[in-house]
Design a protein around this ligand. Structure first.
Ligand SMILES: [Fe+2]
Length: 263
C-alpha cells in the first residue's frame, strides 16, 4: 500500500508507505511517479543495507560510482557521501548538476538514504525540473539545441568538492570526458540535459557559445522550476538524472548519506 503526494507545482512527490512491504504493483506505481515527477522521496524508512540494495534493484542494474569508495566489500554498490563538521570548503555537489555526465553512460537514477543529518531544513538538496525548463524554452533556442551536443569533464567547475574527498581516500583518478545530446526525450516528454557543473564546450563549436551557455545556465535553474528537499534521518530520495538537476545547499555540521546509482 502506498500514497503518492505530489509537491507544489508537481516538482517531485512524497510517497507514503513502507519500502520493505511494497508489492510488484506498488513498485510499478512508484516507477511511474518517478517518471512523472522526476524525484520521489520516502520518509521514516528503517532500512538495512540489504533492504536498500533490494529496493534499488527494482529500478535497474546498479552502477559503480568511480569517484567514491564503496561502503564495504559486500556492499560496494553503496557509496558514502560524508560531510564532517570540521570540513572546510563547499560540500559534495554544491552547484546544480546531473550526476556523472562526464561518463559515456551516466546513471539514470541516483538514490540517497540519509543516515545522519543536521537539523531539518539545514542541509537540503535542491532539485530543478528540466521538463518544466524545456517547456518554457523559446522555440528558436529549442531548434538550436536540438542540433548540437555538449562536452563535459569530471574536472569541471564542480569537481573541487570531489577532490577533497578523493584526497582523503587516496584514490588517484584521471579526468573523464564525454559528449551528450542537450535535448532528450524521456518517454513522451522532452527535457534539457545540461550540467553547468561539468560543462566544457558545445560540439560542433558555435559562434555565440558564451551567450548560449549563459542563457541556458540561467534559464534551467530558475526558481520556478525548483523544489528544495528537507532531509530528516532515514529518508530515501530517488531522482531521474535525465530530467532533474540537483545541488546540495551549503551547511555547517555533519551529514552521512548512503548513495546508490542505477544504470
Ligand atoms: Fe550529485
Amino acid at each position: 500500500m502506498l500514497n503518492i503526494i505530489p509537491n507544489k507545482k508537481n516538482i517531485g512527490a512524497e510517497i507514503v508507505g513502507n519500502i520493505k512491504k511494497f508489492s510488484k504493483k506498488d513498485i510499478n506505481r512508484i516507477k511511474l511517479a518517478l517518471n512523472k515527477f522526476g524525484m520521489i522521496y520516502f520518509r521514516r524508512q528503517n532500512l538495512t543495507s540489504k533492504n536498500y540494495l533490494t529496493f534499488a534493484s527494482n529500478f535497474g542494474k546498479l552502477a559503480n560510482y568511480p569517484r567514491l569508495k564503496g561502503l564495504s566489500k559486500k556492499y560496494s554498490k553503496i557509496t558514502v557521501v560524508e560531510r564532517k563538521s570540521t570540513d572546510k570548503g563547499p560540500s559534495f555537489g554544491e552547484q546544480f548538476h546531473t550526476d556523472s555526465i562526464y561518463t559515456k553512460k551516466p546513471p539514470r537514477f541516483t538514490m540517497l538514504l540519509s543516515k545522519l543529518v543536521p537539523k531539518k531544513g539545514k542541509a537540503n538538496t535542491d532539485f530543478c525540473s528540466q521538463y518544466f525548463a524545456y517547456k518554457e524554452l523559446p522555440n528558436s533556442i529549442r531548434k538550436k539545441l536540438k542540433k548540437i551536443q555538449a562536452i563535459y569533464s569530471s574536472e569541471g567547475p564542480i569537481s573541487i568538492t570531489t577532490k577533497e574527498r578523493v584526497k582523503e581516500k587516496g584514490k588517484g583518478l584521471k579526468e573523464l570526458k564525454s559528449m551528450h545530446k542537450i535535448i532528450r526525450k524521456i518517454s513522451s516528454k522532452y527535457s534539457i540535459y545540461f550540467s553547468p557543473g561539468h560543462f566544457v564546450r558545445f560540439s560542433p563549436n558555435i559562434e555565440d557559445e558564451n551567450k548560449l551557455k549563459k542563457f541556458l545556465f540561467n534559464h534551467q535553474v530558475k526558481k520556478k522550476f525548483q523544489y528544495s528537499l528537507r532531509w530528516e534521518k532515514n529518508q530515501l530520495a530517488i531522482w531521474d538524472n535525465r530530467s532533474m538537476l540537483h545541488q546540495a545547499t551549503p551547511f555547517k555540521g555533519s551529514r552521512i548519506m548512503h548513495r546508490i546509482t542505477v544504470k
